[in-house]
Write a protein that binds this ligand. Structure first.
Ligand SMILES: *[C@@H]1O[C@H](CO)[C@@H](O)[C@H](O)[C@H]1NC(C)=O
Ligand SMILES: *[C@@H]1O[C@H](CO)[C@@H](O)[C@H](O)[C@H]1NC(C)=O
Ligand SMILES: *[C@@H]1O[C@H](CO)[C@@H](O)[C@H](O)[C@H]1NC(C)=O
Ligand SMILES: *[C@@H]1O[C@H](CO)[C@@H](O)[C@H](O)[C@H]1NC(C)=O
Ligand SMILES: *[C@@H]1O[C@H](CO)[C@@H](O)[C@H](O)[C@H]1NC(C)=O
Ligand SMILES: *[C@@H]1O[C@H](CO)[C@@H](O)[C@H](O)[C@H]1NC(C)=O
Length: 630
C-alpha cells in the first residue's frame, strides 16, 4: 500500500474552532468535496438570456425538460430537450407613465392546465394576472398582499387546491406582513397582529394527510424579532407556524376572519449543550413523503458570526409539538378542543378556545432536529439555496441527496447517510463566478436547474461517467445516482453495483477483470507521456487529483516521493535535473484500500536537435508551476 499526501479540509480557523466544539474527528474528509466538476465538463445544457436578467423566478413547465423563467417583463419558456423550441413571451406588465422603473416577475404559479398565475412589480405598484402561457387570454387579479413591492423582498406564496396562501406585505409603507389566504374560493383569512414580530418569511408548504384530510395544514417558516432583547441575545430567531386548511376564522367577537389554528414554535438548530445556536433561517426545503409523518424539513441557518448550519427536522415531530406542548405564558386549563386543532367549523369555536389561540399562539417547547445534539452539517460556505432529492434505486435503500448552492455560484451535492454528510461533488455550473439567483430540482428527470443573471444551466445529476473508468472509482464516488453496470459507471438501475453507505468496493473484484475498465478509453498504463528534461534545470510533473479524498504520491525507481499539493494537483518538483532522476515516474492515488495509477511520465535527456524547444518548454513549465503553487 502506498502512503501519500491527502488534502482534506483546508478549513478556516473559525470553522475549526466551532468544529472543535462538536467533535475531534471532524477533521476527516467530511467537509471536503470528494471531486470537483468543472464547468467545462459534460452534463450541462445552457440557455443564455438575450439580455442579463436582474431578477428571475423559476416554475416547472408542463412538459418534461421544460421550465418557465419569469424575468424582466418577460416569461421565458425554456425547453432543455430542444433549446431551439424555447419561446420568450412578452408580459404586458404596465409601467406607470413617467416612472422609469422596469417590471420584474415576482410570483409565478401554475393555476390550472391552461393558466398561469403571474405577478410582477416595478418597485411601486405590483400587478397580477391569470393568463395562458401564450398570453392570448388574461384576467387581472388584485395584487394586494400577493406580490411584494420590491424584488429584494422575499414573500413566498403557495397555490394549493385553487387557494393562494401568501406572506407579502399589504401596504408599501409599514408592516402588514401576514400569512394570509388571499385569493380563491374559500373565505379570506389573515393573522392576528399579536401573532408575529416583524417576520421575514422564508418558505411555505402544504402537508396533506390522506387518511384524515380535515387535518391538512399549511406551514410557514420564518425569522422574527427575538422576544429576548438582552444585549447578548441574537436579535433574530427562527420559527415554524401552522394553520389548518379548513380554518375559516373565528367567531364574530374573537378572531373574526383571522386564523384560529395559528400556532408557532421555535426552530432550534445548534449545539444545545454549548448553548450555541444558528438562529437565522435563510432557506428551507420540505421533502414530502408518501406518508406525511415521514416528510422532512431541511433548514439552512446562519449565525451572527457568519457560519452556516443545516438542520433536518421531522414533520411528525413538528406536529407533535403543536399538539402536545404547553402554550407560552398560559398556565390555565387547556380548553377543548385544544387551540390549533383543525375543526369543521372554526367560526363556532367557543370563546375560551379562541382566547387562548389569540393570546398565546407560541409553544413553550422548541422544535429540535432529528439529531438534537448538533447540526447535520456546519460550514464556512454561505449556502443560500437548497433542494433535496430522494434517490430510489430498485433493490437498494433510498438515499437523500442535498443540493446546496453557495453564494458564489457553486453547488455541493451532499449525501445524507447515517445522519452525517458526505460531499460527493462540488459542481461549477457557470464558466465564470456568478451569483445563483434561482435553483429548482426536477426529481423525475434528475435535472437541477440553476439560474444566474446571464443564463440558466440544466445540470444532469446522473452524469456518472465523470467518476472514472473503473468499477472501484465508481463505487468510491458513493453517488446514489450512479452504479457500475455494463462496463461503465452509469445511471443506477436495478442490478447496478453501488455501495452508497461507505463506498465498499470489494464487490468489484467479483466482476471479471475485462469488464473492470471501460474498454474504449483503455488503461492509463498505455498512456505514458514522454517529457524532455535537460540537465540541471528545474522541472515539475503534475498529477490531477481526481479524488480529493485519496492520498497521492509519486513513484520513481522504487522510491516514493510525497507531492506538493496545489489546488487541484499533486506536483512533483525537481530542483535541478540530474542523470539519476531520468526514467519513469508514476503518480498513484489510494483511497479506502484501492490504489490506482493516475498518470505516468518518462523523463528523458535532451538530444542536440531538440535542445532549444525543450528549453522553451521548461521555461513554460516553470511559469506554469509558479502559477499552480500560488
Ligand atoms: C432544433 O435543433 C435540432 C438539433 O439540435 C434540430 O434537429 C431541429 O431541426 C431544430 N428545430 C428547429 C425548429 O429549428
Ligand atoms: C383555467 O382557469 C381559467 C380561469 O378561471 C379558465 O378560463 C380555464 O377554462 C381553466 N382551464 C382549465 C383547463 O380548466
Ligand atoms: C390560446 O392559444 C392556445 C394555443 O395556442 C389555444 O389552444 C387557445 O384556444 C387560445 N385561447 C384563446 C382564448 O384564444
Ligand atoms: C404513517 O406512518 C405512521 C407512523 O409510522 C403510521 O402510524 C400511519 O399508519 C401511517 N399512515 C399511513 C396512511 O400509512
Ligand atoms: C458577515 O458577512 C457579511 C456579508 O458578507 C458582512 O457584511 C459581515 O461583516 C460579516 N460578519 C462577520 C461577523 O464576519
Ligand atoms: C526495484 O526493486 C526491485 C525489487 O526490489 C528490483 O528488482 C529492481 O531492480 C529495483 N529497480 C530499480 C530501478 O532500482
Amino acid at each position: 500500500m502506498v502512503t501519500g499526501v491527502k488534502m482534506c479540509s483546508p478549513i478556516r480557523t473559525e470553522l475549526l474552532l466551532s468544529l472543535f466544539l462538536l467533535s475531534l474527528d471532524a477533521l476527516d474528509c467530511k467537509y471536503t468535496p470528494r471531486v470537483i466538476l468543472p464547468a467545462t465538463g459534460e452534463g450541462y445544457v445552457r440557455y443564455e438570456f438575450p439580455r442579463p436578467q436582474e431578477h428571475i423566478v423559476f416554475l416547472h413547465g408542463q412538459e418534461e425538460g421544460t421550465i418557465y423563467v419569469g424575468g424582466q417583463n418577460k416569461l421565458f419558456n425554456i425547453n432543455f430537450k430542444s433549446l431551439n423550441q424555447s419561446t420568450v413571451i412578452p408580459l404586458p406588465l404596465e409601467v406607470p407613465t413617467g416612472y422609469k422603473g422596469r417590471c420584474y416577475v415576482t410570483v409565478l404559479h401554475r393555476y390550472n392546465d391552461s393558466h398561469l398565475f403571474v405577478c410582477g412589480t416595478d418597485g411601486e405598484s405590483p400587478q397580477c394576472y391569470l393568463m395562458t402561457d401564450t398570453w392570448n387570454s388574461s384576467e387581472k387579479v388584485n395584487p394586494a398582499g400577493i406580490s411584494p413591492f420590491s424584488t429584494t423582498e422575499k414573500a413566498p406564496s403557495l397555490f394549493v387546491e385553487g387557494e393562494l396562501y401568501t406572506t407579502s406585505r399589504l401596504y408599501k409603507e409599514g408592516n402588514g406582513k401576514d400569512l394570509r389566504r388571499s385569493w380563491g374560493v374559500k373565505k379570506k383569512v389573515w393573522m392576528h397582529d399579536k401573532s408575529k414580530k416583524d417576520p421575514k418569511y422564508i418558505a411555505i408548504t402544504s402537508v396533506s394527510r390522506k387518511e384524515d384530510p380535515l387535518k391538512d395544514k399549511i406551514y410557514t417558516f420564518f425569522q422574527e424579532k427575538n422576544p429576548d432583547t438582552s444585549p447578548d441575545a441574537d436579535p433574530w430567531i427562527s420559527r415554524v407556524a401552522q394553520v389548518c386548511k379548513v380554518d375559516q376564522g373565528g367567531s364574530r367577537s374573537i378572531l373574526h376572519s383571522m386564523w384560529t389554528s395559528f400556532l408557532k414554535a421555535r426552530l432550534a438548530c445548534g449545539v444545545p449543550s454549548e448553548n450555541m445556536f444558528y438562529n437565522r433561517l435563510e432557506e428551507a426545503y420540505v421533502l414530502h413523503a408518501e406518508n406525511w409523518t415521514d416528510s422532512r424539513v431541511y433548514g439552512v441557518f446562519s449565525s451572527a458570526w457568519n457560519m452556516t448550519a443545516i438542520c433536518i427536522y421531522s414533520m411528525e415531530e413538528i406536529d407533535s409539538v403543536f399538539t402536545h406542548s404547553k402554550f407560552q405564558g398560559y398556565s390555565g386549563v387547556i380548553p377543548n378542543p385544544r387551540p390549533g386543532t383543525c375543526v369543521d367549523n372554526s367560526q363556532a369555536l367557543k370563546d375560551d378556545v379562541l382566547k387562548v389561540a389569540k393570546d398565546h399562539p407560541e409553544m413553550s417547547d422548541w422544535i429540535h432536529p432529528i439529531v438534537k445534539a448538533a447540526p447535520f452539517m456546519i460550514s464556512d460556505r454561505r449556502y443560500r439555496k437548497i433542494q433535496v432529492d430522494r434517490v430510489t434505486v430498485p433493490g437498494q435503500k433510498p438515499h437523500n441527496v442535498l443540493l446546496l448552492a453557495t453564494e458564489s455560484g457553486l453547488i455541493h451535492k451532499v449525501l445524507e447517510v447515517n445522519h452525517s454528510p458526505f460531499i460527493i461533488a462540488e459542481i461549477h455550473p457557470f464558466k465564470s463566478e456568478s451569483h445563483i439567483q434561482s435553483m429548482i430540482l426536477d426529481s423525475t428527470t434528475k435535472k437541477l436547474y440553476v439560474g444566474s443573471h446571464y443564463e440558466v444551466v440544466a445540470i444532469d445529476l446522473q452524469n456518472c461517467e465523470q467518476y472514472g473508468d473503473g468499477c472501484e472509482q465508481c463505487i468510491l464516488s458513493r453517488d446514489p445516482y450512479c452504479g457500475w453496470s455494463n462496463n461503465k459507471c452509469t445511471k443506477a438501475e436495478r442490478g447496478a453495483v453501488q455501495h452508497v453507505e461507505d463506498g465498499d468496493h470489494s464487490q468489484c473484484t467479483q466482476i471479471p477483470k475485462f469488464e473492470h475498465y471501460r474498454s474504449q478509453r483503455g488503461n492509463p498504463e498505455d498512456q505514458e507521456l514522454k517529457s524532455i528534461a535537460p540537465l540541471s534545470v528545474p522541472y515539475f510533473l503534475s498529477c490531477p487529483m481526481t479524488s480529493h479524498h485519496a492520498s497521492h504520491s509519486w513513484h520513481h525507481n522504487n522510491r516514493t516521493i510525497d507531492c506538493h499539493l496545489s489546488k487541484s494537483d499533486c506536483l512533483l518538483l525537481i530542483e535541478g535535473m540530474k542523470p539519476d532522476l531520468y526514467g519513469k515516474y508514476q503518480c498513484f492515488a489510494e483511497e479506502k484500500g484501492y490504489q490506482w495509477l493516475v498518470t505516468e511520465y518518462r523523463l528523458v535527456p535532451s538530444s542536440g536537435t531538440t535542445a532549444l524547444s525543450s528549453k522553451v518548454q521548461v521555461l513554460g513549465s516553470i511559469i506554469l508551476l509558479v502559477g499552480l503553487i500560488l
